[in-house]
Write a protein that binds this ligand. Structure first.
Ligand code: AHG
Ligand code: MN
Ligand code: MN
Length: 333
């Protein structure tokens, strides 16, 4: 009987009671969950309702927006404005802070990548949404971008929704990582993956190998050693995956281990890397560390970086603990 499982809403209520919380956190999570369900529906309906293809505009990062990037962004902004829980929001798709008007009481800040992996939309491969929740510091102006520039260690919660063969929501509030699967008929997320943990060792890596000619020596050395397999210094055969959707890569790593690299290279060095610190790297780093893995730039812990801008880019190396430690060691050489 599948419905004997715990639902996400009940799990949040149980946590609220256990920690003596006011209910604000449960309410703000409910809004995010609803937003993810709506985005899931739009991703799923795809071409049937004209949701695929380009929107015809560029975002702040100079990337072409897909229709679903814009739609998912609008859904997130709207749904998370309703409850009065957020003082302000920031999104990959918006240059500046989004001020939440008419709901003056919000004590939290929401950062999100409304649709991650958007190059996969038109080919019907997994995409996702990523979010990070911070507190509004006492006396701070929520509409000032500097208010958002808190290190990842300050996150209250982080999560992602994966729109794959199943829609899943994976969440941490700093007490482990739990995964929920959406039952579309009921419209609810059920707990299917309690206490997700990343094995410390792995034989699987993920990197965009078309960038090999730009890599720095530590990354080149690591990948070369993996590729050398049984006959090489590692003495085992490695497997490789690249979905080009960070949500899908992190999810695979949470389920069966692995290491993911989007490193700094000679071509992206001027921007600091490819992935964005505030709404991609930090929330994923929080989840990965809560599941027993590590998340590093190669030179330091991602969550300890002092952010310099809402759309700052950083190198990302995350996943199975022993592999990330090895890559960090190679950077010391
Ligand atoms: P987004 O679709 O939000 O812009 O993010 C895409 C990111 C990330 O999900 C993925 O790991 C990476 O970009 C893919 O980059 P390549 O196209 O260089 O493989
Ligand atoms: Mn993204
Ligand atoms: Mn995106």
């Amino acid at each position: 009987m599948p419905y004997k499982r715990l639902t996400l809403s009940h799990n949040l209520l149980e946590e609220q009671r256990r920690l003596g919380r006011s209910g604000t956190f449960t309410s703000l999570m409910t809004d995010i969950i609803t937003a993810c369900k709506m985005v899931s529906r739009e991703v799923n309906r795809g071409a049937l309702v004209g949701n695929l293809g380009l929107a015809g505009a560029e975002n702040v990062q100079g990337e072409e927006q897909k229709k679903l990037d814009v739609l998912a962004n609008d859904i997130f902004l709207h749904m998370n404005s309703l409850g009065g829980n957020y003082a302000a929001m920031a999104s990959e798709e918006l240059e500046d802070v989004f001020a939440v008007t008419g709901q003056a009481s919000g004590r939290y800040l929401l950062l999100f990548d409304p649709l991650d992996g958007s190059s996969n939309i038109d080919i019907n491969v997994s995409v996702g949404s990523i979010f990070s929740i911070l507190r509004l510091p006492e006396g701070a102006n929520p509409n000032d971008a500097d208010t958002f520039l808190q290190p990842g260690t300050q996150q209250v919660a982080a999560g992602y929704a994966l729109y794959g063969p199943s829609t899943m929501l994976v969440l941490t509030t700093g007490d482990g990582v739990h995964g929920y699967t959406l039952d579309r008929g009921v419209g609810m997320f059920f707990l299917t993956h309690p206490d997700m943990t990343i094995p410390a060792d792995t034989k699987e890596f993920a990197v965009n190998a078309s960038r090999q000619r730009f890599w720095e020596p530590p990354v080149k050395r690591y990948v070369d050693e993996c590729l050398a397999g049984k006959e090489g210094p590692r003495g085992v055969n490695f497997n490789m995956r690249w979905v080009a959707s960070m949500v899908a890569e992190v999810h695979r790593i949470l389920v069966r281990g692995g290491v993911f690299l989007y490193p700094m290279d000679s071509e992206n060095a001027k921007s600091g890397g490819k992935l964005r610190l505030m709404y991609e790297a930090n929330p994923m780093a929080f989840i990965v560390e809560q599941a027993g893995g590590l998340a590093s730039t190669g030179k330091g812990r991602i969550m300890e970086m002092k952010p310099k801008g809402l759309h700052q880019r950083v190198p990302v190396i995350l996943g199975s603990k022993n592999e990330v430690e090895r890559i960090v060691d190679y950077h010391k050489g």
